[in-house]
Design a protein around this ligand. Structure first.
Ligand SMILES: NC(=O)c1ccc[n+]([C@@H]2O[C@H](COP(=O)([O-])OP(=O)(O)OC[C@H]3O[C@@H](n4cnc5c(N)ncnc54)[C@H](O)[C@@H]3O)[C@@H](O)[C@H]2O)c1
Length: 345
């Protein structure tokens, strides 16, 4: 069993602790959280020690790797401490509060040869593994265009907490990075971003709606539309059945349009012309089956396999960095009105 130390036992940390305990090949070793009120109950639930500091967690001999589910502002500091001690680390998204710091963290891990995974857990969903397989098999032909919809309603009382009304706490930073990461997985890196955002409904400092044009290195074009002030069933949250707190619908949220067929996600409905590719010909629809599994659990099992040297990370630090670059470009483009071009190797 690979033994995992959890730093940060808050909202997502508590779910990681549960996931570690049911994932294959890993077990929870200890929980570190400066808040005893938060950390101790999670540790006690799983029968492991509670520690008040990450510094006490890192050097423990019974900890093979660390999950950093701490606030964004301390990801880099905590991550660098893990790397300095040679402990593999899974860092929750976003890797850092700004790009330069995230880059510093990823480069430190690479220089030290220590595993750093980014917490974009959706990539670990078997449904995305299947979607990627369908794309890689070439069934869609050349993907000319993609469309992603990230629409949901955050209730009024969500904004009673003051920081949620401030810049940086809107759906672009909080939610969109997961969608961008999945688009990167399916279509490769984004090279150009052009965006508009708006706060016209609630009037808070933070954006509530944004529309984004994307150009991928492959030549694919994309549109992403995100809003947290609309009542709709069309977002990953409301369709993928990943987190039971969201009532699931049977709708789709991403559409990939190719020269030989198109794919709707998460239903994995594949549309094609069986005879001749033409808008005058009948279309056939196929739904691909996939196994259901909790991506948080899959992510922890993979972290264990990576620590043991059995697998390469599904989501690297570079992947986390790439998603953060696009998110920052969305905000920059929306503020300036100009497209942002991203340097890609
Ligand atoms: N992958 C996802 O879908 C997802 C979902 C929610 C949150 N997140 C990310 O997870 C991170 C945590 O978010 P949250 O909503 O759980 O926050 P939270 O505020 O509920 O919990 C954070 C916890 O970290 C503890 N903490 C603070 N400094 C620490 C330190 N130095 N060492 C150890 N613990 C420390 C706090 O006491 C708190 O209990 C954020 O980066 C967030 O963006 C990811």
């Amino acid at each position: 069993m690979t033994r995992i130390g959890l730093a940060g036992a808050g909202l997502i940390g508590a779910r990681h602790a549960d996931a570690i305990q049911v994932a294959d090949g890993v077990t929870l070793a200890a929980v570190a959280d400066p808040s005893e009120a938060v950390g101790r109950p999670v540790a006690e639930k799983h029968g492991v020690p509670w520690l008040s500091s990450l510094d006490d967690l890192i050097p423990r001999d019974d900890v093979d790797g660390i999950v950093l589910a701490t606030p964004n502002q301390v990801h880099v500091e905590g991550g660098l401490s893990c790397i300095a001690a040679g402990k593999p680390v899974l860092v929750e998204k976003p890797l850092a509060t700004d790009l330069a710091e995230a880059r510093r963290l990823v480069e430190a891990a690479e220089a030290a040869g220590v595993v750093l995974m980014a917490g974009h857990h959706r990539r670990h969903n078997p449904l995305m593994t299947k979607a990627k397989e369908i794309v890689d098999e070439g069934r869609l032909g050349t993907i000319a265009s993609v469309q992603a919809t990230t629409w949901f309603m955050k209730p009024d009382d969500y904004f009673d907490t003051p920081w949620r009304r401030k810049k940086g706490a809107g759906p672009v930073y909080m939610n969109l990075s997961h969608d961008i990461d999945l688009l990167h997985m399916l279509c490769g890196p984004v090279v150009t971003v052009h965006a508009m955002d708006s706060n016209a409904v609630r009037g808070n400092e933070v954006e509530e709606t944004a529309v984004v044009l994307l150009r991928f290195q492959s030549g694919t074009l994309g549109t992403v539309n995100i809003s947290d002030t609309v009542v709709t069933p069309w977002s990953w949250e409301m369709t993928a059945r990943e987190n039971p707190v969201y009532p699931a619908t049977s709708e789709d949220c991403y559409w990939l349009a190719g020269t030989h067929g198109s794919l709707a996600i998460p239903s994995l409905s594949f549309w094609a012309n069986p005879a001749k590719r033409s808008w005058w010909e009948p279309l056939s629809a196929t739904r691909f089956p996939y196994p259901f599994a909790d991506p948080l659990v899959c992510q922890m099992a993979q972290f264990g396999a990576v620590i043991r040297g059995e697998e390469a990370p599904k989501v690297t630090g570079r992947d986390g960095l790439a998603a953060l670059e696009v998110i920052e470009a969305v905000k920059t483009s929306a503020a300036t009105g100009a497209p942002v071009h991203l340097a890609r190797p």
